[in-house]
Design a protein around this ligand. Structure first.
Ligand SMILES: C[S@@+](CC[C@H](N)C(=O)[O-])C[C@H]1O[C@@H](n2cnc3c(N)ncnc32)[C@H](O)[C@@H]1O
Length: 358
């Protein structure tokens, strides 16, 4: 205890409430790792397929050890991720739990988040050293679960909103893409957004660029699987130097704030944009003041930002905009790169969607 705080300063109810919150966070942190295992080992899918299971049945169906599974199920039921029937000793998933934990095509799917958290927390020791030396850790230096998880985490939101809301919110872009336009998806990662757009606009041509070569290889395989490889070109390139094809749309999905040189990326976007074209910048939802981030979304994004986004930019001596960058700080970068218009075109509870035009 700090020497300036006396026992009489402590309000017992407030102390109990705070400790209760901390213990809840202890459980949540551990359960997040266990939810990762549930995803990885197919435990949730097996429960959903079976309808209801005993620990022995679940272990048998997933080829896992019953003793671990028994303990895992208690944790999951205590956290409200699975239901338990004391009369039968069986565990099951409610429809909402089934969709959120097992249906990768649903906009409610959250499974990817556990991969992201697992990979980011694996970097804690390295980030501790950078708290001391001010350095950073590059995106590509993280555990590969980060790349898999990011795609699995963001894809449901892109499926839900990108074609229905985000593209139509831009100036004349939907019409151009329907007729046949050119799109650059910069910092495309595993290419989820690129492929979703390619499937929606069969007359258009798409380029996905990322400086992480392994992600580009993965994206190429995904495009081939989706049957769109003739119109989708994935290339390893930086956001500051990607090829000029005079695009009708240049998009940055959840990546501008990560970059070492976001101003250089915006400048390049301005150079390669066809006359009348638009830049789409999707950024995590965040407040315009520090205190507007004091909620569950701000807590999550600022946490991810500390362990990953801020660190990637600092590794490159960048401005470290961070995942909770204010709209004003993004506007400054965009307008400084030569754009005349910048506006929030639309938003979701998790995303801010900006449009920039020359
Ligand atoms: C958080 S991920 C987002 C990936 C993808 N856009 C999505 O929404 O799933 C950020 C991506 O930006 C890429 N990136 C960061 N800096 C970059 C740069 N300077 N040039 C190209 N890509 C960059 C990273 O390699 C990573 O794939």
């Amino acid at each position: 205890m700090s020497t300036s705080v006396q026992p009489t300063d402590i309000n017992e109810d407030k102390m109990n409430a705070f400790l209760g919150k901390v213990v809840g966070d202890f459980g949540a942190s551990l359960s997040s790792s266990l939810a990762y295992l549930g995803q990885k080992l197919g435990l949730y899918k097996a429960i959903a397929d079976a309808g209801s299971v005993t620990p022995a049945e679940l272990a048998q169906q997933t080829n896992t050890n019953e003793r671990y599974v028994k303990e895992w199920l208690i944790n999951q039921a205590a956290g409200g991720y699975v239901d338990y029937d004391a009369a039968t000793g069986k565990y099951s998933l409610a429809p909402e739990q089934t969709v959120a934990l097992t249906d990768e095509n649903s906009p409610f799917f959250v499974g990817g988040g556990f991969y992201v958290i697992k990979a980011m927390t694996q970097a804690v020791e390295r980030i501790e050293s950078h708290f001391r030396d001010g350095g950073g850790m590059l995106w590509g230096e993280h555990h590969p679960d980060l790349f898999v998880g990011t795609e699995r985490f963001f894809r449901p939101g892109y499926v839900a909103h990108l074609i229905n809301t985000w593209i139509p919110s831009l100036t004349g872009v939907e019409e151009k893409l329907k007729a046949g336009g050119k799109v650059a998806d910069v910092g495309c990662g595993h290419g989820a957004s690129t492929i979703i757009m390619a499937q929606a606009y069969p007359n258009s041509e798409f380029w996905g660029f990322d400086n992480h070569a392994a992600s580009i290889e993965h994206s190429r395989a995904k495009a081939a699987n989706a049957g769109v490889e003739d119109r989708v070109h994935f290339e390893t390139a930086t956001a500051q130097e990607f090829p000029d094809n005079q695009y009708d749309l240049v998009a940055f999905f959840d990546c501008l704030h990560d970059m070492g040189d976001p101003a250089g990326a915006c400048k390049r976007a301005a150079e390669v944009l066809a006359p009348g074209g638009s830049v789409l910048i999707v950024e995590p939802m965040a407040g315009n003041t520090v205190e507007e981030n004091f909620n569950i979304i701000g807590r999550t994004f600022s946490g991810a930002s500390t362990l990953c986004c801020t660190s990637n930019s600092l590794a490159l001596d960048g401005p470290a905009l961070g995942a909770v960058a204010t709209e004003e700080s993004i506007r400054k970068i965009v307008l400084g790169a030569g754009f005349k218009e910048f506006r929030r075109a639309t938003e979701t509870p998790f995303n801010r969607v900006f449009e920039a035009r020359k």
